[in-house]
Design a binder for this molecule. Structure first.
Ligand SMILES: *Cc1c(COP(=O)(O)O)cnc(C)c1O
Length: 409
């Protein structure tokens, strides 16, 4: 068998020859990505390719990914429900652990109902595509996450992109769209690269005024923002006015999976029409059990999010004092705008040499010329660690890494 593969391989892959040239093109522009291997658990420090580094790269904001209580909950579920789910939820994949988690999420969010998806990506893409179609218009913030963008494309609705956070622009577009059958405004609440918040009170007002649906993605905010950790909508006091809310179990909640919450009818509709829900296998029950344990920690340990946001504020102000351009972040996601893709990777390498993992973010994740270091602060980053990091950043401030046009893009 191996003989037939090797003898034909020269020709077999010839039609993919273009891939090699595209990859070298990416490399020439400093845009080729490569994988690392993490050894051991996710945490404030990690082993990457065998090196121990302070970890500013994960979205494990509350430090729950390796928490023993999540591990124990998963283990108990493994003993009672086994490992795999074996089918999509509608067939026979939905276990007691999934049902309990959906109830727990609905209660946590103060919503009538919630629905689990295999990932946050699937929740976003599947939900947008289930809510609008060819006769409809979606209004999408220019900085929205890829999963929302793909949802808009899958929906085949008309897509109107409004300038990031710009409600005046959105209003202008809304006024021009009165002939649409349905209209949907969709936005991240805490933007994953810029670390800033969507103007949710204004978006709620606009959705009321124009009779549109409003869908928000709290992926980076669930567990971190709001008095009860429900996210940015709670932070702004507009939680009850959001029609469709998406969250993920994979960031602050330390696990995997996504969810949508809202009315009972919304959840019923998605169970029938959201394709990634209908046609994808349910996550393993142990994953759901761990997520429920994480929700309980978010409820019972509010100091985790309070401390995280306090430290983030202090770190932002000290980095700004050193002169780094941080843009409009008001969260635990702290972008340092370097703008040039090559430079951002050099800076990331220099930080790694000093023991800090801070990923460089390049196109297509951000627009060309807006590359940045993405510092993601987690609960385990204590003051001593942050003081060392600030010292390292101070040393690099004099280097060739500062954008000529220091300032946000
Ligand atoms: C990470 C992310 C998602 C996807 O969530 P996963 O659970 O990782 O698939 C969705 N939206 C935003 C804004 C994200 O950053």
């Amino acid at each position: 068998m191996s003989k037939s593969i090797s003898s034909s391989s020269g020709n077999k892959f010839a039609p993919l020859g273009w891939v090699d040239s595209e990859l070298s093109e990416l490399a020439q522009h400093g845009l080729r990505r490569s994988l690392r291997i993490r050894g051991g658990a996710q945490g404030a420090t990690i082993r990457l390719d065998g090196r121990e580094l302070i970890n500013f790269g994960s979205n494990d904001y509350l430090g729950l990914a390796a928490d023993g209580r999540l591990v124990a909950a998963a283990r108990r579920a493994l003993d009672s429900e086994g490992w795999g789910s074996g089918a999509s939820p509608l067939i026979c994949g939905r276990s007691e652990a999934h049902a309990r988690l959906e109830e727990g999420i609905a209660e946590f969010e103060g919503c009538p109902a919630a629905l689990l998806f295999p990932s946050g990506f699937a929740a976003n893409a599947g939900t947008v595509a289930a809510l609008v179609g060819r006769e409809d218009v979606v209004f999408s913030d220019a900085s929205n996450h890829a999963s929302l963008i793909d949802g808009c494309r899958l929906a085949r609705a008309e897509i109107q992109v409004y300038r990031h956070g710009d409600c005046d622009h959105l209003r202008t577009l809304l006024k021009q769209s009165s002939s649409a059958r349905r209209r949907l405004i969709v936005t991240d609440t805490l933007f994953s690269m810029d670390g800033d918040l969507a103007p949710l009170p204004q978006l709620v007002a606009l959705s009321d005024e124009f009779g549109c649906m409003l869908m928000v993605d709290e992926a980076h905010a669930t567990g971190v923002f709001g008095k009860n950790g429900r996210g940015v909508a709670e932070h702004f006091g507009v939680d009850a006015q959001i029609d469709i809310k998406v969250g993920t179990l994979s960031k602050a909640l330390g696990g995997a999976g996504g969810f949508v919450c809202g009315s009972r009818a919304l959840v019923d509709w998605l169970q029938n029409r959201a394709r990634p829900y209908v046609y994808s296998t349910a996550q393993p029950p142990a994953v759901a059990a761990a997520a429920l344990a994480a929700l309980h920690i978010v409820e019972s340990e509010p100091q985790r999010r309070a401390e995280l946001l306090q430290r983030a504020e202090s770190l932002r102000s000290q980095l700004a004092t050193q002169g780094w351009p941080l843009g409009t972040s008001t969260s635990q996601i702290i972008p340092i705008y370097v703008n040039d893709a090559h430079r951002v990777m050099q800076l990331s390498t220099r930080l790694a040499e000093q023991g800090f993992y801070v990923p460089g973010i390049r196109p297509p994740t951000v627009p060309a010329g807006q590359s940045l270091l993405r510092l993601s602060l987690c609960h385990g980053h204590h003051d001593v660690i942050l003081a060392r990091f600030l010292q390292a950043m101070h040393g690099l401030r004099e280097g060739p890494f500062v954008s000529q046009k220091a300032g946000t893009p």
